[in-house]
Design a protein around this ligand. Structure first.
Ligand SMILES: [Zn+2]
Length: 471
Protein backbone atom coordinates (compact mmCIF):
# COMPACT_ATOMS: atom_id res chain seq x y z
CA UNK A 1 0.00 0.00 0.00
CA UNK A 2 2.95 2.32 0.52
CA UNK A 3 4.38 4.87 -1.90
CA UNK A 4 1.35 5.01 -4.14
CA UNK A 5 0.05 8.40 -5.14
CA UNK A 6 -3.44 9.14 -6.37
CA UNK A 7 -5.57 12.17 -7.01
CA UNK A 8 -9.19 12.92 -7.76
CA UNK A 9 -9.96 15.93 -9.96
CA UNK A 10 -13.10 17.72 -11.22
CA UNK A 11 -15.05 17.01 -8.06
CA UNK A 12 -17.31 18.95 -5.71
CA UNK A 13 -15.29 18.25 -2.59
CA UNK A 14 -17.18 18.31 0.71
CA UNK A 15 -14.70 19.61 3.33
CA UNK A 16 -15.28 20.77 6.93
CA UNK A 17 -14.96 24.38 5.74
CA UNK A 18 -17.37 24.09 2.84
CA UNK A 19 -17.80 22.49 -0.56
CA UNK A 20 -15.14 23.43 -3.10
CA UNK A 21 -14.54 22.67 -6.78
CA UNK A 22 -11.38 20.67 -7.38
CA UNK A 23 -10.11 17.52 -5.75
CA UNK A 24 -7.70 15.84 -3.38
CA UNK A 25 -4.26 14.28 -3.69
CA UNK A 26 -2.93 11.48 -1.53
CA UNK A 27 0.22 9.49 -1.12
CA UNK A 28 1.23 6.70 1.22
CA UNK A 29 -2.35 6.45 2.36
CA UNK A 30 -2.69 10.05 3.59
CA UNK A 31 -4.31 13.11 2.06
CA UNK A 32 -1.56 15.51 1.02
CA UNK A 33 -3.61 18.25 -0.63
CA UNK A 34 -7.20 19.47 -0.93
CA UNK A 35 -7.90 22.26 -3.40
CA UNK A 36 -8.53 23.41 -6.95
CA UNK A 37 -7.49 21.12 -9.81
CA UNK A 38 -4.51 23.28 -10.70
CA UNK A 39 -3.23 23.35 -7.12
CA UNK A 40 -3.01 19.55 -6.79
CA UNK A 41 0.37 17.80 -7.22
CA UNK A 42 0.90 15.24 -9.98
CA UNK A 43 0.16 11.62 -9.05
CA UNK A 44 0.66 8.12 -10.47
CA UNK A 45 -3.10 7.70 -10.83
CA UNK A 46 -5.72 10.34 -11.58
CA UNK A 47 -9.48 9.80 -11.31
CA UNK A 48 -11.81 12.24 -13.03
CA UNK A 49 -14.91 12.73 -10.87
CA UNK A 50 -16.75 14.35 -13.80
CA UNK A 51 -18.32 17.00 -11.61
CA UNK A 52 -19.67 14.56 -9.02
CA UNK A 53 -19.34 14.93 -5.26
CA UNK A 54 -16.28 13.67 -3.41
CA UNK A 55 -17.00 12.98 0.25
CA UNK A 56 -15.12 11.39 3.17
CA UNK A 57 -15.61 7.64 3.60
CA UNK A 58 -18.80 6.82 5.49
CA UNK A 59 -18.39 5.59 9.09
CA UNK A 60 -20.99 3.24 10.57
CA UNK A 61 -21.10 3.53 14.38
CA UNK A 62 -23.55 0.65 14.90
CA UNK A 63 -23.51 -2.94 13.61
CA UNK A 64 -23.25 -6.47 14.89
CA UNK A 65 -20.54 -8.76 13.48
CA UNK A 66 -21.00 -12.33 14.65
CA UNK A 67 -24.55 -11.89 15.86
CA UNK A 68 -25.99 -14.89 14.00
CA UNK A 69 -25.00 -17.90 16.10
CA UNK A 70 -27.28 -20.74 15.13
CA UNK A 71 -24.74 -22.24 12.74
CA UNK A 72 -21.38 -21.31 14.28
CA UNK A 73 -20.18 -20.09 17.65
CA UNK A 74 -19.67 -16.36 18.15
CA UNK A 75 -15.96 -16.22 17.39
CA UNK A 76 -16.26 -18.28 14.20
CA UNK A 77 -19.21 -16.21 12.99
CA UNK A 78 -17.34 -12.99 13.87
CA UNK A 79 -14.42 -14.14 11.72
CA UNK A 80 -16.73 -14.91 8.77
CA UNK A 81 -18.69 -11.68 9.09
CA UNK A 82 -15.58 -9.53 9.33
CA UNK A 83 -14.81 -10.66 5.79
CA UNK A 84 -18.20 -10.75 4.04
CA UNK A 85 -19.82 -7.73 5.67
CA UNK A 86 -16.80 -5.42 5.41
CA UNK A 87 -16.60 -6.23 1.70
CA UNK A 88 -20.22 -5.07 1.44
CA UNK A 89 -19.22 -1.94 3.36
CA UNK A 90 -16.49 -1.04 0.93
CA UNK A 91 -18.79 -1.49 -2.07
CA UNK A 92 -21.24 0.91 -0.43
CA UNK A 93 -18.68 3.58 0.48
CA UNK A 94 -18.36 2.67 4.17
CA UNK A 95 -14.61 2.73 4.89
CA UNK A 96 -14.63 2.42 8.71
CA UNK A 97 -17.01 1.08 11.32
CA UNK A 98 -17.48 0.37 14.98
CA UNK A 99 -18.96 -3.01 15.73
CA UNK A 100 -20.41 -4.32 18.99
CA UNK A 101 -18.64 -7.02 20.97
CA UNK A 102 -21.19 -9.25 22.67
CA UNK A 103 -20.36 -12.29 24.76
CA UNK A 104 -21.10 -13.49 28.25
CA UNK A 105 -17.42 -14.08 29.06
CA UNK A 106 -15.05 -11.19 29.85
CA UNK A 107 -13.78 -9.33 26.77
CA UNK A 108 -10.21 -8.44 27.72
CA UNK A 109 -8.77 -12.00 27.40
CA UNK A 110 -10.17 -12.16 23.84
CA UNK A 111 -9.06 -8.74 22.63
CA UNK A 112 -6.09 -10.15 20.69
CA UNK A 113 -8.49 -12.48 18.88
CA UNK A 114 -10.93 -9.69 17.97
CA UNK A 115 -8.17 -7.37 16.74
CA UNK A 116 -5.98 -9.93 14.93
CA UNK A 117 -8.90 -11.70 13.25
CA UNK A 118 -10.33 -8.35 12.19
CA UNK A 119 -7.04 -7.27 10.64
CA UNK A 120 -6.72 -10.59 8.81
CA UNK A 121 -10.22 -10.50 7.34
CA UNK A 122 -11.48 -6.93 7.12
CA UNK A 123 -11.73 -4.73 4.04
CA UNK A 124 -12.21 -1.60 6.19
CA UNK A 125 -10.80 -0.05 9.36
CA UNK A 126 -12.65 -0.97 12.52
CA UNK A 127 -13.10 -0.21 16.20
CA UNK A 128 -15.21 -1.77 18.93
CA UNK A 129 -17.90 -0.91 21.43
CA UNK A 130 -18.22 -3.41 24.28
CA UNK A 131 -21.71 -4.45 25.39
CA UNK A 132 -21.65 -4.33 29.17
CA UNK A 133 -24.28 -6.76 30.41
CA UNK A 134 -22.61 -8.68 33.25
CA UNK A 135 -21.07 -7.38 36.47
CA UNK A 136 -17.68 -8.68 35.37
CA UNK A 137 -17.98 -6.53 32.21
CA UNK A 138 -18.46 -3.47 34.39
CA UNK A 139 -15.31 -4.47 36.28
CA UNK A 140 -13.42 -4.61 32.96
CA UNK A 141 -14.13 -1.04 31.85
CA UNK A 142 -10.73 0.43 32.78
CA UNK A 143 -8.87 -2.50 31.24
CA UNK A 144 -10.96 -2.21 28.07
CA UNK A 145 -10.03 1.48 27.86
CA UNK A 146 -6.39 0.42 27.92
CA UNK A 147 -7.19 -1.85 24.95
CA UNK A 148 -8.62 1.08 23.00
CA UNK A 149 -12.31 0.65 23.80
CA UNK A 150 -13.96 3.75 25.26
CA UNK A 151 -17.54 3.14 24.21
CA UNK A 152 -19.82 0.80 26.11
CA UNK A 153 -23.38 -0.24 25.45
CA UNK A 154 -26.16 -1.15 27.85
CA UNK A 155 -29.55 -2.65 27.07
CA UNK A 156 -31.30 -0.46 29.62
CA UNK A 157 -34.39 -2.45 30.61
CA UNK A 158 -34.43 -4.18 27.21
CA UNK A 159 -34.25 -7.99 27.08
CA UNK A 160 -35.48 -8.11 30.66
CA UNK A 161 -37.97 -10.88 29.91
CA UNK A 162 -35.75 -12.75 27.46
CA UNK A 163 -32.44 -12.20 29.27
CA UNK A 164 -31.95 -15.76 30.57
CA UNK A 165 -32.69 -17.44 27.26
CA UNK A 166 -30.53 -15.03 25.19
CA UNK A 167 -27.67 -14.95 27.66
CA UNK A 168 -27.84 -11.15 27.56
CA UNK A 169 -28.18 -9.55 30.96
CA UNK A 170 -30.39 -6.46 30.92
CA UNK A 171 -29.39 -3.35 32.82
CA UNK A 172 -31.36 -1.63 35.54
CA UNK A 173 -30.95 1.97 36.69
CA UNK A 174 -28.38 0.85 39.28
CA UNK A 175 -26.02 -0.61 36.71
CA UNK A 176 -26.58 2.35 34.40
CA UNK A 177 -25.62 4.70 37.23
CA UNK A 178 -22.49 2.67 38.07
CA UNK A 179 -21.28 2.67 34.46
CA UNK A 180 -22.02 6.36 33.92
CA UNK A 181 -20.21 7.29 37.11
CA UNK A 182 -17.20 5.21 36.08
CA UNK A 183 -16.99 6.70 32.58
CA UNK A 184 -17.78 10.33 33.50
CA UNK A 185 -14.12 10.81 34.43
CA UNK A 186 -12.75 8.99 31.38
CA UNK A 187 -11.61 11.05 28.37
CA UNK A 188 -13.46 10.19 25.14
CA UNK A 189 -15.82 7.75 26.89
CA UNK A 190 -19.36 7.30 25.56
CA UNK A 191 -22.07 5.06 26.99
CA UNK A 192 -24.57 3.83 24.42
CA UNK A 193 -28.12 2.71 25.12
CA UNK A 194 -30.80 0.58 23.56
CA UNK A 195 -33.75 2.52 24.96
CA UNK A 196 -36.93 0.47 24.88
CA UNK A 197 -39.05 -0.48 27.88
CA UNK A 198 -39.34 -4.22 28.34
CA UNK A 199 -41.90 -4.01 31.15
CA UNK A 200 -44.36 -2.42 28.74
CA UNK A 201 -43.32 -4.50 25.70
CA UNK A 202 -44.69 -7.98 26.53
CA UNK A 203 -48.03 -6.54 27.66
CA UNK A 204 -48.40 -4.54 24.46
CA UNK A 205 -47.46 -7.55 22.32
CA UNK A 206 -50.21 -9.66 23.89
CA UNK A 207 -52.72 -6.83 23.47
CA UNK A 208 -51.96 -6.30 19.74
CA UNK A 209 -51.76 -10.04 19.01
CA UNK A 210 -55.18 -10.49 20.58
CA UNK A 211 -56.56 -8.06 18.00
CA UNK A 212 -55.53 -10.59 15.35
CA UNK A 213 -53.06 -8.22 13.72
CA UNK A 214 -49.87 -9.45 12.04
CA UNK A 215 -47.95 -6.89 10.02
CA UNK A 216 -45.32 -4.18 10.44
CA UNK A 217 -47.80 -1.67 11.86
CA UNK A 218 -48.81 -4.25 14.48
CA UNK A 219 -45.13 -4.54 15.41
CA UNK A 220 -44.90 -0.73 15.59
CA UNK A 221 -47.96 -0.50 17.85
CA UNK A 222 -46.57 -3.23 20.10
CA UNK A 223 -43.65 -0.94 20.97
CA UNK A 224 -44.98 2.61 20.70
CA UNK A 225 -42.77 5.71 20.77
CA UNK A 226 -43.36 6.23 24.49
CA UNK A 227 -41.59 2.91 25.14
CA UNK A 228 -38.39 4.47 23.81
CA UNK A 229 -39.06 7.91 25.29
CA UNK A 230 -39.66 6.50 28.81
CA UNK A 231 -36.16 5.02 28.82
CA UNK A 232 -34.61 8.17 27.31
CA UNK A 233 -36.09 10.18 30.17
CA UNK A 234 -34.23 8.07 32.72
CA UNK A 235 -31.03 7.99 30.69
CA UNK A 236 -31.20 11.78 30.35
CA UNK A 237 -31.66 12.25 34.09
CA UNK A 238 -28.83 9.87 34.96
CA UNK A 239 -26.58 11.50 32.34
CA UNK A 240 -27.21 14.92 33.86
CA UNK A 241 -26.72 13.56 37.38
CA UNK A 242 -23.36 11.93 36.63
CA UNK A 243 -21.97 14.34 34.02
CA UNK A 244 -21.26 11.44 31.65
CA UNK A 245 -21.67 11.42 27.85
CA UNK A 246 -24.38 9.16 26.48
CA UNK A 247 -25.66 8.12 23.07
CA UNK A 248 -29.05 6.61 22.33
CA UNK A 249 -28.88 4.19 19.40
CA UNK A 250 -31.54 3.61 16.75
CA UNK A 251 -34.26 6.13 17.62
CA UNK A 252 -37.25 5.32 15.47
CA UNK A 253 -40.20 7.47 16.52
CA UNK A 254 -41.25 11.06 17.02
CA UNK A 255 -41.48 10.77 20.82
CA UNK A 256 -37.72 10.08 20.98
CA UNK A 257 -37.05 13.36 19.20
CA UNK A 258 -39.11 15.25 21.78
CA UNK A 259 -37.40 13.51 24.71
CA UNK A 260 -33.83 13.95 23.44
CA UNK A 261 -34.56 17.52 22.39
CA UNK A 262 -35.57 18.44 25.95
CA UNK A 263 -32.29 17.16 27.38
CA UNK A 264 -30.25 18.76 24.57
CA UNK A 265 -31.84 22.11 25.46
CA UNK A 266 -30.73 21.67 29.06
CA UNK A 267 -27.15 21.16 27.86
CA UNK A 268 -27.02 17.48 28.87
CA UNK A 269 -24.47 15.49 26.85
CA UNK A 270 -26.92 12.94 25.43
CA UNK A 271 -26.81 12.27 21.69
CA UNK A 272 -29.20 10.64 19.26
CA UNK A 273 -28.73 8.20 16.39
CA UNK A 274 -31.21 6.98 13.83
CA UNK A 275 -31.03 4.42 11.00
CA UNK A 276 -31.57 4.49 7.23
CA UNK A 277 -34.07 1.67 7.87
CA UNK A 278 -36.24 4.18 9.78
CA UNK A 279 -35.52 7.11 7.46
CA UNK A 280 -36.32 5.21 4.27
CA UNK A 281 -39.36 3.22 5.42
CA UNK A 282 -42.63 3.47 7.24
CA UNK A 283 -44.64 0.61 8.70
CA UNK A 284 -47.69 1.01 6.46
CA UNK A 285 -45.68 0.26 3.32
CA UNK A 286 -46.74 -3.32 2.58
CA UNK A 287 -43.78 -3.94 0.22
CA UNK A 288 -41.34 -3.86 3.14
CA UNK A 289 -42.90 -6.82 4.91
CA UNK A 290 -41.30 -8.48 7.87
CA UNK A 291 -37.80 -7.94 6.47
CA UNK A 292 -38.41 -4.54 8.04
CA UNK A 293 -38.99 -6.01 11.50
CA UNK A 294 -36.50 -4.24 13.75
CA UNK A 295 -36.28 -3.52 17.50
CA UNK A 296 -37.32 -0.80 18.02
CA UNK A 297 -39.85 -0.86 15.18
CA UNK A 298 -40.05 1.21 12.01
CA UNK A 299 -42.61 3.92 12.76
CA UNK A 300 -45.34 5.64 10.78
CA UNK A 301 -44.95 8.29 8.07
CA UNK A 302 -45.14 11.05 10.72
CA UNK A 303 -42.27 9.38 12.59
CA UNK A 304 -40.19 9.11 9.43
CA UNK A 305 -40.56 12.83 8.71
CA UNK A 306 -39.84 13.71 12.37
CA UNK A 307 -36.55 11.79 12.17
CA UNK A 308 -35.44 13.63 9.01
CA UNK A 309 -36.30 16.92 10.67
CA UNK A 310 -34.31 15.94 13.77
CA UNK A 311 -31.28 15.24 11.57
CA UNK A 312 -31.65 18.58 9.83
CA UNK A 313 -32.03 20.68 12.96
CA UNK A 314 -29.38 18.95 15.06
CA UNK A 315 -31.56 17.09 17.58
CA UNK A 316 -29.97 13.96 16.11
CA UNK A 317 -26.34 14.10 15.06
CA UNK A 318 -25.66 10.51 14.05
CA UNK A 319 -26.78 7.87 11.57
CA UNK A 320 -25.74 4.21 11.81
CA UNK A 321 -27.07 0.99 10.30
CA UNK A 322 -27.63 -1.59 13.08
CA UNK A 323 -26.63 -4.12 10.40
CA UNK A 324 -27.43 -7.67 11.57
CA UNK A 325 -25.98 -10.28 9.21
CA UNK A 326 -28.54 -13.06 9.53
CA UNK A 327 -29.20 -15.62 6.87
CA UNK A 328 -32.57 -15.73 5.14
CA UNK A 329 -33.45 -19.11 6.66
CA UNK A 330 -33.11 -17.50 10.10
CA UNK A 331 -34.92 -14.24 9.25
CA UNK A 332 -37.75 -15.99 7.41
CA UNK A 333 -39.88 -15.04 4.40
CA UNK A 334 -40.94 -11.47 3.70
CA UNK A 335 -44.61 -12.33 4.06
CA UNK A 336 -44.23 -14.52 7.15
CA UNK A 337 -45.55 -13.75 10.63
CA UNK A 338 -44.14 -10.61 12.22
CA UNK A 339 -44.50 -12.30 15.63
CA UNK A 340 -42.10 -15.09 14.66
CA UNK A 341 -39.28 -13.42 12.71
CA UNK A 342 -36.21 -12.26 14.64
CA UNK A 343 -35.76 -8.47 14.64
CA UNK A 344 -32.94 -6.86 12.65
CA UNK A 345 -32.18 -5.35 9.24
CA UNK A 346 -29.13 -5.36 6.99
CA UNK A 347 -27.93 -1.99 5.85
CA UNK A 348 -24.18 -1.48 5.52
CA UNK A 349 -24.03 -1.57 1.73
CA UNK A 350 -27.23 0.46 1.28
CA UNK A 351 -26.36 3.01 4.02
CA UNK A 352 -24.98 5.70 1.69
CA UNK A 353 -27.27 4.93 -1.28
CA UNK A 354 -30.40 5.24 0.92
CA UNK A 355 -29.17 8.53 2.39
CA UNK A 356 -28.57 9.84 -1.14
CA UNK A 357 -31.76 8.49 -2.67
CA UNK A 358 -34.20 9.17 0.18
CA UNK A 359 -32.38 12.12 1.73
CA UNK A 360 -30.26 14.31 -0.53
CA UNK A 361 -32.22 13.65 -3.72
CA UNK A 362 -35.55 14.27 -1.99
CA UNK A 363 -34.34 17.52 -0.40
CA UNK A 364 -34.73 16.13 3.10
CA UNK A 365 -31.07 16.77 3.92
CA UNK A 366 -28.19 18.62 2.28
CA UNK A 367 -25.14 16.73 1.04
CA UNK A 368 -23.02 18.58 3.62
CA UNK A 369 -25.29 17.66 6.54
CA UNK A 370 -25.49 14.07 5.28
CA UNK A 371 -21.67 13.89 5.41
CA UNK A 372 -21.71 15.29 8.95
CA UNK A 373 -24.22 12.81 10.36
CA UNK A 374 -22.92 9.74 8.49
CA UNK A 375 -19.18 10.36 8.76
CA UNK A 376 -17.75 13.45 10.50
CA UNK A 377 -19.87 13.36 13.66
CA UNK A 378 -19.43 9.60 14.06
CA UNK A 379 -15.65 10.06 13.85
CA UNK A 380 -15.76 12.85 16.42
CA UNK A 381 -18.05 11.10 18.88
CA UNK A 382 -15.99 7.93 18.96
CA UNK A 383 -12.52 9.49 19.02
CA UNK A 384 -11.12 8.95 15.51
CA UNK A 385 -11.42 12.51 14.14
CA UNK A 386 -9.69 14.05 12.20
CA UNK A 387 -7.79 10.96 11.10
CA UNK A 388 -11.20 9.83 9.81
CA UNK A 389 -14.36 11.69 8.88
CA UNK A 390 -12.94 14.66 6.95
CA UNK A 391 -11.17 15.42 3.70
CA UNK A 392 -8.29 17.44 5.16
CA UNK A 393 -4.51 17.29 4.81
CA UNK A 394 -3.00 14.61 7.00
CA UNK A 395 -6.18 12.53 7.28
CA UNK A 396 -6.35 8.94 6.08
CA UNK A 397 -7.19 9.01 2.37
CA UNK A 398 -10.64 7.41 2.63
CA UNK A 399 -12.99 9.02 0.14
CA UNK A 400 -16.01 8.25 -2.02
CA UNK A 401 -17.18 9.70 -5.33
CA UNK A 402 -20.97 9.74 -5.48
CA UNK A 403 -23.16 10.12 -8.54
CA UNK A 404 -26.51 11.56 -7.51
CA UNK A 405 -28.10 10.55 -10.81
CA UNK A 406 -27.03 6.91 -10.92
CA UNK A 407 -30.02 4.56 -10.83
CA UNK A 408 -29.86 0.96 -9.68
CA UNK A 409 -31.89 -1.78 -8.03
CA UNK A 410 -31.04 -3.33 -4.66
CA UNK A 411 -30.97 -6.96 -5.79
CA UNK A 412 -28.83 -10.07 -5.51
CA UNK A 413 -26.40 -8.83 -8.18
CA UNK A 414 -25.84 -5.60 -6.31
CA UNK A 415 -25.48 -6.90 -2.75
CA UNK A 416 -22.40 -8.41 -1.14
CA UNK A 417 -22.51 -9.84 2.36
CA UNK A 418 -23.23 -13.10 4.12
CA UNK A 419 -26.74 -13.54 2.75
CA UNK A 420 -27.87 -11.00 0.23
CA UNK A 421 -31.37 -12.33 -0.37
CA UNK A 422 -33.09 -10.11 2.19
CA UNK A 423 -33.11 -6.64 3.76
CA UNK A 424 -35.80 -3.94 4.10
CA UNK A 425 -34.50 -2.21 0.95
CA UNK A 426 -34.40 -5.40 -1.12
CA UNK A 427 -35.98 -4.93 -4.55
CA UNK A 428 -36.02 -1.16 -4.25
CA UNK A 429 -34.95 1.15 -7.09
CA UNK A 430 -32.66 3.88 -5.84
CA UNK A 431 -31.21 7.03 -7.37
CA UNK A 432 -27.77 8.03 -6.12
CA UNK A 433 -24.80 5.73 -5.55
CA UNK A 434 -21.08 5.62 -4.87
CA UNK A 435 -19.09 5.10 -8.08
CA UNK A 436 -15.55 4.98 -6.64
CA UNK A 437 -14.32 4.15 -3.15
CA UNK A 438 -10.78 5.04 -2.14
CA UNK A 439 -9.43 3.54 1.07
CA UNK A 440 -5.98 4.31 2.41
CA UNK A 441 -5.12 6.07 -0.84
CA UNK A 442 -6.00 3.08 -3.05
CA UNK A 443 -8.89 2.82 -5.47
CA UNK A 444 -10.66 -0.23 -4.04
CA UNK A 445 -14.13 -0.12 -5.62
CA UNK A 446 -15.31 1.00 -9.02
CA UNK A 447 -19.00 0.73 -9.98
CA UNK A 448 -19.70 -1.83 -7.26
CA UNK A 449 -16.75 -4.04 -8.28
CA UNK A 450 -14.47 -4.65 -5.30
CA UNK A 451 -10.90 -4.49 -6.62
CA UNK A 452 -9.06 -5.63 -3.50
CA UNK A 453 -8.78 -8.67 -1.24
CA UNK A 454 -9.67 -8.63 2.45
CA UNK A 455 -7.11 -8.11 5.20
CA UNK A 456 -6.47 -4.42 4.43
CA UNK A 457 -8.31 -3.08 7.48
CA UNK A 458 -6.63 -1.72 10.60
CA UNK A 459 -7.85 -1.65 14.17
CA UNK A 460 -8.76 1.83 15.40
CA UNK A 461 -8.03 1.94 19.15
CA UNK A 462 -9.18 5.06 21.02
CA UNK A 463 -7.18 6.44 23.92
CA UNK A 464 -7.26 9.59 26.05
CA UNK A 465 -6.28 11.76 23.12
CA UNK A 466 -8.10 9.79 20.44
CA UNK A 467 -6.84 7.36 17.83
CA UNK A 468 -3.08 7.19 17.16
CA UNK A 469 -2.09 8.65 13.81
CA UNK A 470 -0.08 6.12 11.83
CA UNK A 471 3.02 7.08 9.83
ZN1 LIG B 1 -27.95 -2.81 17.25
Amino acid sequence: MAEHSIRVVNARVVTPSGTITGGIAASDGKITAVGSNSSLPEAEQTIDAEGNYLIPGIICPHNHMGISRYEHDYHTQYELDMETETKACLAGGVTSFFTFLLQEEPYVPDMDFFVDTGEQESYIDFGFHAIVHQDHHVDEIDDLAAEGIRSFKLFFNMYKTSAPELGIGHSDAGRVYTVLKKTAEMENAVVMFHAENDDLGPVKVEEIKAEGRDDLSAWADASPGISQAMQIEQIGMLTEHTGATTYVVHNSMEETVDALGRYNERGVSIHGETLPSFLANHCEDEDVGLWGKISPPIGYKKDQEALWKALRNGTFDHVGTDHCPYQLEFKGPRDGSVWEAPPGDQGLQTFLPLMLSEGVNKNRISMERMVEVCSTNNAKRFGIYPRKGALVEGADADAVIVDLKKEFTVDEDYLYGLDNRWCSAFGRELTGAPTHTIKGGELVVEDNDVLTEGGIGSYLPRYEDGVPVTE
